[in-house]
Design a protein around this ligand. Structure first.
Ligand code: PGA
Length: 252
């Protein structure tokens, strides 16, 4: 249940999925999204190869597109990397940083995530900073400790509701079909809210906190109804127009 100041944000992360042929799925999503914009903000982060064409399609709409990752620098000798400035230049409004797949596959530490979030801010776009415990940490009941430490070390000073979104994604829930209980989601989001409010004052009370990990049409309403859940970061279900729109409807 989002706080009264902001609209919920339903963000789709396409990860390394999507070819030119997927543009038609995105068009379908756009056409279905029309009636939802007064109640919910919508975002898709496609692979960078599709970002420009998606940005063109959304140009005169309230649908946003964003990047899935960026480099810590604006430009330079970094073969294969993309900067936040480049993403902004082709129409990105948001960029995900610190997704657990980046943390695990590319050894991204909290301090790298911190630098990436700053780079996103510098580009004038919004950083979606991801945190969340692993399976092992969950079993050892270390969730709150892990998440608080990730927030402390990954979220730079100066976070506001205009430049930052937090996404809580338990690693063990991503792509597995498993989700925490609503009580667990409520507890973790309450701790994130407290942390953000203590560090960022008034802004911390309205920074959006998304839940991510196996969100689908059948569980969206329950999860989105939890206190301090201001939207969702959706992986698999964001690839299908009707699933993503059904999740957005649950938030509206
Ligand atoms: P999922 O992924 O919805 O497929 O579990 C979520 C994410 O990784 O952001």
């Amino acid at each position: 249940m989002p706080n009264s100041y902001t609209k919920p944000l339903i963000a789709g992360n396409w990860k390394m999925n999507g070819l030119n042929a997927s543009v038609s799925e995105f068009r379908l999503m756009l056409s279905e999204a029309n009636k939802l914009f007064n109640k919910v903000d919508l975002l898709i982060c496609p692979p960078v190869t599709l970002l420009q064409s998606f940005a063109q399609l959304t140009k005169d709409t309230d649908f946003s597109v964003g990047g899935q990752d960026c480099h810590i620098n604006n430009s330079g000798a970094h073969t294969g990397d993309i900067s936040a400035e480049m993403l902004a230049d082709i129409g990105a409004k948001y960029c995900i940083v610190g997704h657990s797949e980046r943390r695990a596959d590319h050894h991204e530490t909290n301090s790298i995530v911190h630098a990436k979030a700053s780079a996103v801010w510098k580009s004038g776009t919004v950083a979606i900073i991801c945190v969340g415990e692993t399976d092992e940490e969950y079993i050892k009941r270390e969730t709150l400790k892990v998440v608080e430490n990730q927030l402390l070390e990954s979220v730079p000073l100066g976070a506001t509701s205009f430049n930052t979104v937090i996404a809580y994604e338990p690693v063990w829930a991503i792509g597995t079909g498993k989700t925490p209980t609503t009580d667990d989601v409520k507890n973790v989001h309450a701790v994130i809210r407290k942390h953000m409010t203590e560090r960022f004052g008034e802004e911390g009370t309205i920074i959006r906190i998304l839940y991510g990990g196996s969100v689908k049409p059948s569980n969206a309403q329950e999860i989105l109804g939890v206190a301090n859940v201001d939207g969702a970061l959706v992986g698999g279900a964001s690839l299908k127009a009707f699933d993503f729109i059904a999740i957005a409807k649950a938030a509206s």
